[in-house]
Each structure stands twice: as structure tokens, then as C-alpha cells.
Ligand binder design. Structure first.
Ligand SMILES: Nc1ccn([C@@H]2O[C@H](COP(=O)(O)O)[C@@H](O)[C@H]2O)c(=O)n1
Length: 600
């Protein structure tokens, strides 16, 4: 008998409010997911707003199949699309045994979902073995419709290294109703990809001869699927304008991702751009009516991903919703969770620890507790450096989800902190310099110039594009944070009270640039929202500025730390060779080690 074992997947019992408005259907319709990050067993906790998103991938598969049946009856087109970032985020994708590729098993199961087109995300590129798995084991199942227009992998072909698309550069196909589609799958200008993978800037991609050839022939619809936000400041207009230069009037549908928010806007009257959130919280619905030589009319809805939503929109209640394939997929994901022992319980979290719903610093803020308590305890298992004072710096963006009061399992650990970042250190750093590096990383000033972006390398004045990439890497979802913060600010007290009195529960309250109300189920905003610094740290040891300490940090940020050190002092030039491994405990193991000590 193992009293640490608990069920990996607890069935959800908390009821949620069903939607009340039927979906609008058009000539061509889309079910859209993006940034699912391994949430294939749905959100399993009972605290609000988690039950809103309690549908699992098997239930989503049933929903997609039932909606395809409906589309057939209505004699319209329905395509199921995903915009990338399948990896990094839960035990199903991050808990793979060490002898197998992270996420491989979960993605083999995902192949059963009837996606028509999928695009690659940046989380498919941090680790070459994952990219190779996508290229060899996943992309082929999409039969030419796993798109990576500007992303290549270098593989051995006949003894020679060849750079080839991870999936396909583009796809041309006909829908059931015979509409001609030209689809592309574009990734934003990501620069933290692993060796032997390449990402071409969208600005360069649109000049490629294959691209110009692919768009030459006019389809009925251009379908631009991609892991790139649709918000201003991103590169969709480059791709859009390149197509518009050849086809001024052809409908263009953009299904974006990466910034984790719900959003809709229109670049012109014959196009629409749409984005469906993150983490299997949102299933996007987009309907488009195509009128020859006229503007297109569109409808969009952000569905909360749960059974009540699926039952309402399919018109199938109770078990009628479930298809044979959907039920089998749920069962097989549960089996995988058990195989990975994701229900292993480290301890009992005494309270909710949230990323941004608690003041920072506080004992209910997970980045705060991570820096001040969990990391210092977990890395103290390195006895050889135990007597040397240290300061530890970790990027807050590594923390991906809240921790909830109650049983804290292996799945909860990997969901909160999935990355396999290693702890490194530089010895004999002056305590004063270590503190100044932290402050610089967090936007402090360098030579009187405020480092307002929180990136050392921006403060040092490097090329703009590199800086954008560093920000992407370091900041960890600023758009999402702004979005959630804005929704809690936007609702005045009276409106909130009306909503609560009307029985509304916490959830997303979306305001986008398309007409009408986008959220399928109305909510009160999740709020409040508290700012967390880009980098969190342990409590500094006592001593003077000259006290020599170990400066500990994770490998993901080591270049920033080194550049920061070199920017703030001239006594010594720090190089990568000064960096050594501190402990075998990885960042993703920290919460489990800490819970086993503090939460038993
Ligand atoms: N090894 C890694 C890889 C990534 N991160 C963090 O992920 C964030 C980017 O994720 P998106 O979902 O926004 O693409 C980035 O902010 C990094 O902090 C990491 O910590 N370690």
C-alpha cells in the first residue's frame, strides 16, 4: 500500500453555467484551439475558475465529431484547427520517462483528434529531440497539413545534414463543399530555438520563391494558421500584405496564437483575425459567410471548454455527447497519467498560491514563495556549497500556473513549473554586484539610463530584433497579464455586483475589436491582478557589498546574468566558463522537494 498514491485524474463534479446563445453558423466554420500546452485531461481543480475549463481532450474530440455531424446536416464546411504550442505545461507532456521524448506519448494520442490543419509553436523548438519527434512521429499523421512555413529542422539524410521543413511549408486542399483553401503555418520571429532548428523571420519568408509560388494561384480562402499573436505589433500584416499585393479581394482567415488571450480583429473587410486563448480553457468558434466580390461577414465566440458547453452546442445531453472515440481518448489519457504516476502526492498545499492573484511578495504568491522559500530549500541539498552564502535568481516566466490548496501531486508540480532548467552558479561574486544584477534585470538603471524593459541586453543597446526575442524569452506572457489586468479594471463595482447577483461565476470577460459579445458564457472578471517582477530571487544573505557569495541562477538566463555582471562592474570580466552546475535538482523539481518538506 502506497499512501502517497492518489488518483491521477479525479472526475470533475462542480457544475458550471451552460451557455444560453446558439452559435452562428456560416458557409465555412472553424473550431480553433491554440497554446494547449498539454492540458489534455482538462482543468481538474474545483476552485473557481477551474471548473469552467474542466472538459478533457476526449470530450473535445466528441464535441468536434458531433459538430462535424451538424455541419453535414447544415451542408456547410467545418474545419478544426490548432495554432501550436502543444508542449510544456502539464505532467502529460512534461512527465515522460527520461528514456523517452517529452510529450511523445501524449501527442501520439492527440493524433486521434480530427484536426484539419495544425501549426508549429515555439515550445516545439526549445529542445531538438521534441522537434525531431514532431517531424518524424507527429507531422506525418496530418498528411501535409502540419504546417511550419518558416521553421526547419536539420536532419541526417543519406549521411548529409539537410535543413528541411518540420512539417509542410503550405497546404492546398479542398473542403467537403469543394472550397479551395491555401493554408500557411507561420511562427513569430522566435530566437530561442535549439541548435539544428531554424526559424526564418516572417519578413524574409514572404520574399521566398516558394511563398510567392504558393500564393500565386487564387483559392477561395487563404487560411493563415500560426503561432503568432494577432495583436498590433506582430508580423501578421507582413504576410497579409504580401497576399493582398497579389489578391486584393480574396478572403483571408487568420487563426493566431502565442499570447494566450482571446481576441478578434479585422485587417480589412475581406478578412478576420481570431485567437482562442490558452491551456484548453477556450475553444474558439469562427463562422464566415463568403459573398463573391463582397466583404465577408463573420461571427465569433469564445467557448469555455467544458461538458456543459459541448452538450449545449451539440444538442446532445449527458452520455449522448460522447462518441466511442472520445470516450476511448479520455480513458487513454487517464491511463497515461497513471503510467507516469502523475497522481503521486508530495504533500498538501496549505493554501492557494497564485501567479498574479496575490500581492507580491506574500505567502500566497507562488513566485514569491518559490524565490524566498522553495528554491533555497530545494537547492540546499547541495551540501558542498552549503556553508557559502548565496543569492538565487529565477525568471518568473518559468512559473506557468497557480497551485491550489489540497493534495499537491506530480501533475500539479509539472503544471506549476514544467521546465527542465538547471541551477548554475558563479562563485565569489560580490553581494553588492549580485543585488545590482537583479535590479538591472528587473528594469533598474544602468549608468543612469533606466532599463525600462527589464532586459539587460536592451539596456546595453543591442539590435532591436534580438531584444524583442529576449523579451519574448524573459517576460513570459505580458499580453496575457495585461489582458487579465485590464478586464478586472474595466468592470465597475455596480456592474460587478449586477453580474454576481445574476449568478455569474469568475472567468474571462473579453473585449475585442469585433462586434457583439464574444464570450459564450458571461462571467465576472477573475481579478484582482498583482504585478510580479520579471525575475524573483531568494532573500539576500547578510553581509556587506564586498561579501563574496555564490550567485545562483538557472541556465535559461545565464547569458543575461553574465551580461548584467559585466555591465555593472569592471573588476572582472565574467564568461560562460565561470558558470558551473550547482545541483542536480532541476527547476521543475523544486516544488516537489519543497512540498515533501514543508507541506507534509
Ligand atoms: N526552458 C524554458 C523555456 C521557456 N521558459 C519560459 O517560457 C516562456 C515562453 O512561453 P510562451 O508560452 O509565452 O511561449 C518564457 O517567458 C520563459 O520564461 C522557461 O522559463 N524555460
Amino acid at each position: 500500500c502506497d499512501d502517497h498514491a492518489s488518483h491521477a485524474h479525479t472526475r470533475r463534479t462542480v457544475p458550471v453555467r451552460p451557455p444560453t446563445r446558439e452559435l452562428e453558423w456560416g458557409d465555412i466554420n472553424f473550431i480553433h484551439t491554440t497554446d494547449t500546452h498539454g492540458w489534455y485531461l482538462g482543468h481538474q481543480k474545483s476552485s473557481a475558475p477551474e471548473p469552467n475549463y474542466s472538459g478533457d481532450m476526449g470530450e473535445f474530440l466528441s464535441f468536434a465529431q458531433r459538430m462535424k455531424e451538424k455541419a453535414l446536416k447544415k451542408d456547410v464546411d467545418l474545419l478544426v484547427i490548432d495554432s501550436g504550442d502543444l508542449h510544456s505545461g502539464t505532467g502529460l507532456v512534461d512527465g515522460s520517462p527520461s528514456n523517452s521524448v517529452l510529450g511523445h506519448d501524449a501527442l501520439q494520442l492527440l493524433k486521434r483528434v480530427p484536426y484539419d490543419v495544425m501549426a508549429i509553436g515555439n515550445h516545439e523548438l526549445y529542445n531538438y529531440s521534441i522537434t525531431l519527434d514532431m517531424h518524424q512521429q507527429f507531422a506525418p499523421s496530418l498528411k501535409g497539413r502540419f504546417l511550419s512555413s518558416n521553421v526547419n529542422i536539420t536532419v541526417n539524410q543519406g549521411g548529409r545534414a539537410s535543413s528541411v521543413p518540420v512539417g509542410s511549408r503550405f497546404a492546398k486542399f479542398r473542403t467537403r463543399k469543394g472550397r479551395r483553401i491555401t493554408a500557411l503555418g507561420v511562427l513569430f520571429n522566435f530566437m530561442s530555438n535549439d541548435k539544428n532548428t531554424t526559424v526564418q523571420r516572417p519578413a524574409d519568408m514572404v520574399k521566398e520563391s516558394w511563398f510567392l509560388d504558393a500564393i500565386k494561384e487564387e483559392p477561395d480562402v487563404f487560411l493563415l494558421v500560426g503561432h503568432m499573436p494577432i495583436q498590433a505589433g506582430n508580423d501578421w500584416p507582413l504576410v497579409f500584405n504580401a497576399i493582398r499585393a497579389v489578391h486584393p479581394k480574396t478572403p483571408i482567415i487568420i487563426l493566431g496564437g502565442h499570447s494566450h488571450i482571446r481576441d478578434c480583429n479585422r485587417l480589412d473587410g475581406r478578412s478576420v483575425s481570431f485567437q482562442s486563448g490558452r491551456y484548453m480553457e477556450t475553444v474558439g468558434w469562427l463562422s464566415v459567410n463568403l459573398k463573391p466580390k463582397c466583404n465577408i461577414t463573420v461571427g465569433r465566440r469564445y467557448l469555455d471548454a467544458n461538458r456543459a458547453t459541448y452538450e449545449f452546442h451539440t444538442g446532445k445531453s449527458g452520455r449522448q455527447l460522447d462518441t466511442k472515440e472520445g470516450t476511448a481518448l479520455t480513458r487513454d489519457y487517464e491511463g497515461l497519467a497513471n503510467k507516469y504516476n502523475l497522481g503521486f502526492k508530495y504533500g498538501t498545499a496549505p493554501r492557494d498560491l497564485t501567479l498574479n492573484r496575490s500581492p507580491f511578495p506574500s505567502n500566497t504568491s507562488s513566485p514569491s514563495v518559490l524565490g524566498s522559500q522553495a528554491v533555497p530549500y530545494a537547492i540546499s541539498v547541495n551540501k558542498t556549497r552549503a556553508n557559502i552564502p548565496n543569492l538565487v535568481i529565477v525568471q518568473a516566466g518559468s512559473q506557468r500556473y497557480d497551485i491550489f490548496a489540497g493534495a499537491f501531486t506530480r501533475n500539479d508540480e509539472l503544471t506549476a513549473s514544467p521546465f527542465q532548467n538547471a541551477f548554475m552558479y558563479i562563485q565569489d561574486v560580490r553581494l553588492g554586484d549580485a543585488k545590482r544584477v537583479l535590479s538591472l534585470l528587473n528594469g533598474g538603471s544602468l549608468s543612469g539610463v533606466p532599463n525600462t524593459t527589464g532586459s539587460v541586453r536592451r539596456a546595453l543597446g543591442r539590435g532591436e530584433e534580438r531584444q524583442k526575442a529576449i523579451e519574448e524569452m524573459v517576460h513570459g506572457g505580458p499580453e496575457y497579464n495585461h489582458w487579465v489586468q485590464a478586464m478586472s479594471r474595466a468592470s465597475d463595482e455596480e456592474e460587478m455586483e449586477r453580474r454576481v447577483a445574476g449568478g455569474l461565476t469568475p472567468g474571462y470577460v473579453t473585449q475585442d475589436s469585433c462586434p457583439g459579445i464574444g464570450d459564450d458564457t458571461p462571467h465576472v472578471p477573475i481579478g484582482p491582478f498583482f504585478h510580479v517582477p520579471t525575475y524573483v530571487s531568494s532573500n539576500p544573505p547578510s553581509g556587506t557589498d564586498d561579501t563574496r557569495i555564490d550567485l545562483v541562477f538557472v541556465d535559461f538566463i545565464q547569458e543575461d546574468v553574465i551580461e548584467g555582471l559585466n555591465a555593472i562592474q569592471s573588476e572582472r570580466v565574467f564568461v560562460l566558463g565561470d558558470v558551473r552546475g550547482y545541483t542536480t535538482v532541476l527547476l521543475r523539481d523544486v516544488w516537489g522537494v519543497y512540498a515533501g518538506f514543508a507541506w507534509v
